[in-house]
Write a protein that binds this ligand. Structure first.
Ligand code: ADP
Ligand code: MG
Length: 249
């Protein structure tokens, strides 16, 4: 087992005028992800999926519960260092607009250990080629890239530290369908080559079915059902059924 999420709870406190209100976002979330698996999580917008992604990647702490990667708690920075990367939906918000493609991809590489500039350049060029981009793009800024190119840069950056798990949080959702398919096929190739596992978060069950082997249905702040893609027709839970029917109709 690669990832084990154990009884994770999270609430946010919101100020409403002079009142403070607690908002439950994650309510006892538990699941496992096996090595080599592409596991999907589907749920509506605002249901807490990105919060879960941030907690798994260690950006945010849960109120209680545990996240184990390779059996080690991710509370400790050194345990998650290099092992886990995350790709977000919207490159315009997830990418620093003042950073070139080169600095985006070289940043995690040079944080890992010192590399002489020429070697660093070679590695960045190699990663760009892996994601189907020309090394000529190195000097570009995010606004000079198409949506598909930007997501490829984000994937190259995610690959830089040789992680065992990549979290894809709506990573293709802002692209049109042909670009989505291209990126998903690229991710599938990279998965084999780099022996990756994916946690694929989306509000769109169709992309999930194209990409994943197993699906978790997320509703009302917790996982209400799970199924392998092949067994979706036997699913009983009303929320999961409604979601699937909405695609067939
Ligand atoms: N840092 C935060 N502070 C307060 N509320 C937040 C924060 N992040 C998310 N929320 C709230 O938590 C809920 C879940 O958000 P999110 O995890 O982004 O959902 P999803 O990714 O499923 O759309 C939303 O109502 C959102 O407004
Ligand atoms: Mg989200």
């Amino acid at each position: 087992m690669l990832l084990h999420v154990e009884e994770v709870y999270k609430t946010y406190t919101r100020s409403k005028g002079w009142r403070r209100q607690k908002q439950k976002v994650l309510d006892n979330v538990s699941f496992t992800l096996e090595k080599g698996e592409s596991l999907g999580l589907v749920g509506e917008s605002g249901s807490g999926k990105s919060t879960l992604a941030r907690i798994i990647s260690g950006i945010e702490r849960p109120d209680s519960g545990n996240v184990l990667l390779n059996g080690k708690s991710l509370h400790y920075r050194q345990h998650r260092h290099q092992q886990l990367s995350i790709v977000f939906q919207d490159y315009t918000t997830s990418v620093n607009p003042t950073m070139t493609v080169y600095s985006m991809i070289s940043e995690p590489l040079s944080q890992q250990n010192y590399l002489p500039p020429l070697l660093l350049r070679d590695q960045v060029a190699g990663l760009l080629k892996k994601v189907g981009l020309s090394p000529d793009l190195m000097t570009r800024y995010p606004h000079e890239l198409s949506g598909g190119q930007s997501q490829r840069v984000c994937i190259a950056r995610a690959l830089a530290t040789h992680p065992s798990l990549i979290i894809l949080d709506e990573a293709v959702s802002s692209l049109d369908i042909p670009a989505q398919v291209q990126i998903l096929d690229l991710l599938e190739e990279l998965k084999q080559e780099f022996r990756l596992s994916y946690f694929f978060i989306t509000h769109n069950i169709q992309t999930l079915c194209y990409f994943c082997q197993r699906v978790l249905f997320f509703n009302e702040h917790s996982i209400v059902a799970q199924s392998s893609i092949n067994d979706l027709s036997t699913i009983e839970h009303p929320y999961a059924k409604a979601l699937l029917n909405s695609v067939i109709d």
